[in-house]
Design a protein around this ligand. Structure first.
Ligand SMILES: Cc1ncc(C[n+]2csc(CCOP(=O)(O)OP(=O)(O)O)c2C)c(N)n1
Ligand code: SF4
Ligand SMILES: [Mg+2]
Length: 311
């Protein structure tokens, strides 16, 4: 069965279907937060009614990028920082596909930061999970865009002089229509947030706090966490941009002081996705690329046809 004609298959889905038949031994270190993302995905996907054939997982490079080796969906392990453009192209070619893009904080907020900003701005319909361990894990612990100021590493032995990036605020300001933060130490919340992100139409960004016990000993700061939806100390409306912005700012301010706030921060169900916007201006073909590919009678528009349309 191809990725195309398997879509829409309604049946009972067992979470074990997401474990590869020949199971590769994860090379993640014992205690790594990346296991938490994998587990939450294996629970959320069947609960969202997605069969493995309906899902494409696109990853960047890093320890986090190994995710699709251990998750039995269609997979594309791209190059450093480039998961999002590949994920966007796949979603446009086959809009029925459930696309999950994933990568590290170095991958998504550093080298791929520009793709992150513009994918959020354009509201591409996908889930984007950033494994935020506040360092470059795979390459042995260098400082990343989210490393706290003063964080000591091999690249900054005297402590980082840089102010860390604010992923939630950046995402909101760029235009993401769903923004949340969860943590590997909080598997139930993580599963629920991933499920909501999958069900959301538009760019759903999850900043997923993942501890790296090997290279980032400060990762213990992720325990214990506070759920802003459950705590009585925080009250804000996730559909109100100004209130969400204020809550995000507070969350980012207190993170490196040891208080870890998590939860849903911003949800805009009304904003049209990129493909809906393109459809509205007549720039989305009625028959998606993937469908035409399997249709022997499909008529292919040539570049000079497009030229004619634009003159
Ligand atoms: C263009 C390019 N530059 C640098 C590297 C080396 N490199 C591989 S992984 C990585 C950083 C990974 O950090 P992060 O994205 O946070 O993922 P983690 O390993 O922490 O999950 C770097 C710099 C690369 N593979 N490609
Ligand atoms: S180096 Fe860190 S991020 Fe990478 S697998 Fe080990 S614990 Fe996880
Ligand atoms: Mg990292």
């Amino acid at each position: 069965m191809s990725a195309f004609n398997a879509i829409g298959d309604e049946r009972e889905i067992d979470r074990d279907e997401y474990t590869p038949g020949i199971e590769p031994q994860p090379t993640w270190c014992p205690g790594c937060g990346d296991f938490g993302v994998l587990k939450a995905l294996k629970q959320a996907l069947p609960e969202a009614g997605k069969t493995p054939e309906e899902v494409l997982t696109v990853t960047g490079i890093g320890c986090s990028g190994k995710l699709n080796s251990y998750l039995d969906t269609y997979g594309f392990h791209t190059i450093h920082g480039r998961a999002l453009p590949v994920a966007r192209a796949a979603k446009l070619a086959n809009p029925e596909l459930e696309v999950i893009a994933a990568g590290g904080d170095g991958d998504g907020y550093g080298i791929g930061g520009n793709h992150f900003i513009h994918s959020a701005r354009e509201n591409h319909d996908m889930t984007y999970i950033v494994f935020n361990n506040e360092i470059f894990g795979l390459t042995k612990g260098q400082t990343s865009p989210t490393s706290p100021k003063g964080h000591k590493s091999k690249t900054q032995p005297s402590g980082s002089a840089k102010t860390p990036l604010r992923p939630l605020s950046m995402s909101l300001n760029a235009g993401a229509s769903y923004v949340a933060r969860t943590a590997a130490v909080n598997p139930n919340q993580a599963k629920e947030i991933i499920k909501e992100a999958i069900e959301h139409d538009g760019f759903a960004h999850i900043d997923f706090l993942t501890q790296c016990p090997t290279w980032n000993k400060d990762a213990r700061q992720y325990v214990p966490y506070i759920d802003v939806q459950e705590s009585e100390d925080y009250e804000f409306d996730t559909t109100d941009r100004a209130e969400a912005a204020e809550m995000m700012r507070e969350t980012e301010n207190v993170l490196n002081e040891g208080t870890v706030l998590t939860g849903r921060y911003y949800v805009d169900e009304d904003r049209p996705s990129y493909s809906q916007e393109k459809k509205a201006v007549g720039e989305m073909p009625d028959q998606p690329l993937a469908e035409r590919y399997f249709d022997d009678d499909a008529e292919w528009e040539r570049s000079y046809d497009l030229l004619e349309r634009h003159t």
